[in-house]
Structures are given as C-alpha cells and as structure tokens.
Design a protein around this ligand. Structure first.
Ligand code: ADP
Ligand code: MG
Length: 221
C-alpha cells in the first residue's frame, strides 16, 4: 500500500492544544523537581530516585511535544544545507545501536544545497531512521537513498522490518499514534510538520512482513 502523507493538517487543533498543555504542565513539574532534589539531599531514599526518573520521563515527553508542536515559533534560521553530508554524519549517531542491522547509504554525489532549518531536518531524518531501526528489531536492512530531480532532492529511507498495516497508514503522524510499548507517537508528527514547513512532501509505501519505505521530496535552493 502506498500513501501520500501530508495532505492533511495532522498537527492542527490537537497539536496546538497539546503544546499549550505541555507548557502549563512544565512549570509546576519544574517546581516539584526542585523540591524533590532538596528532599533527596536531606533524606536519600530509593523511592525518591524512582520519582526523579519518572519526572525525567515526563519532562522528555513534554520537551518532545513542545518541539514538534511549535515549528513556527521555533526561530531557527533557514540556512544552506548539504543534506547528503549531514545524513552521513547522522549515521554515526546510530553506530552503537546497529548490532546486526546493515545500513546502506548511497554515494554522496552532489553538492546541491537545500535551504532549510538544519536541526529540524536532521531531527526528522533521525526520527525516520530510528523508526526503521525499531521496525527491523536489530536484524535486517536499512537503506538510505537519494536522487535529484527537477529542482527537488528525493530521500528514501527503506527498511526490511515489520511493515505497517493498511488501516494504520492514515493514522501515521497523528500526535500520540504509536503501536510501541514505549513509543511517544510524536516522531512522525515532527517529521510531517518539518517537511510541510520546508514545502516538501512525504509518502509511505509498506508491506506487512516485508518492510517500509518513506519517501521525502524537498525543494532545492
Ligand atoms: P513511535 O516511534 O514513538 O511509536 P512515531 O510517530 O515515530 O512514534 O511512529 C508512529 C507509529 O508508526 C509507530 O508506532 C509504528 O507503528 C509506525 N511506524 C513508523 N515508522 C515505521 C516503520 N519504518 N516500520 C513500521 N512501522 C512504522
Ligand atoms: Mg518513532
């Protein structure tokens, strides 16, 4: 099954509400965290450590939520980016996690630049590769390809993982849609928001049990 993914405003109402809730919840949590640290100094206890770990998780979720829901408020500048070079260095981040996964990336063959928000774009690519890794469960193949075509760069991230059932394709990118135990369901939300902000498109092709390909198209400078 194949589906063009950014036709709808995935991050509309719910995303904006989520962002303002995240913001409001963060302040009291920060206060609690501060007092928890004081408490730990005076009476160390393993329960307090557990509380701190759990608070940390809540903070991470809120942080992710704030990042993906407010791409417009993020004032990162648009700069020229050699996306192939960036992709190559991004792969280093995953080296410790590769185990039996084979990652293949095609040759860096061009110096054509896109104008974009570097951190947002890298985070989006990171999120796609992370999903691919989780889909192959440490044994399989991930392929990253790119090519140029009429003012666009195309980037394809393919994996030989579990695949996505047809009926779930339309839910991809909805904030909090996740089929994983520890998933946030915010990765693809960030990807879609970023691609949209860069006036690109993203589509997915997937066969259950065989694998998935995400295909991104971004305008060149
Ligand atoms: P999370 O990874 O936290 O679950 P994402 O937004 O990154 O959230 O992904 C949402 C869901 O989309 C995943 O839980 C999974 O069901 C599905 N998905 C995304 N990428 C892939 C992939 N490469 N292979 C299989 N399923 C995927
Ligand atoms: Mg993910």
């Amino acid at each position: 099954a194949e589906k063009l993914l950014n036709e709808g405003e995935k991050l509309s109402a719910i995303g904006q509400i989520a962002a303002s809730i995240a913001h409001e919840v963060k302040n009291p949590l920060t206060t609690v965290k501060g007092f928890l640290q004081l408490l730990k100094e005076s009476r160390p206890h393993s329960y307090l450590d557990i509380m701190e770990t759990e608070l940390e998780k809540a903070f991470n979720t809120l942080q992710n939520l704030l990042q993906v829901s407010k791409p417009d408020l993020d004032d990162e500048p648009f700069v020229p980016i050699d996306i192939c070079k960036e992709l190559a260095s991004l792969l280093f981040l995953f080296q410790g996690r590769l185990y039996n996964v084979e990652i293949e990336m095609d040759a860096i063959d061009s110096k054509r630049l896109i104008i974009g928000k570097r951190n947002l774009l890298l985070k989006a690519l990171f999120n796609l590769i992370k999903n691919a890794l989780e889909a192959v469960e440490d044994k399989g193949k991930i392929k990253i390809e790119h090519y140029f075509d009429e003012g666009y760069i195309h980037i394809k991230v393919s994996d030989t993982g579990v695949g996505i059932p047809e009926e779930q394709l339309k839910q991809l990118g909805n904030p909090f849609f996740s089929t994983k135990n520890e998933g946030t369901g915010l990765g693809l939300t960030q990807v879609f928001a970023t691609i949209r902000e860069h006036r690109g498109t993203i589509s997915v092709q997937s066969i259950v049990g065989k694998g998935t390909t995400f295909h991104i198209k971004l305008p060149l400078n």
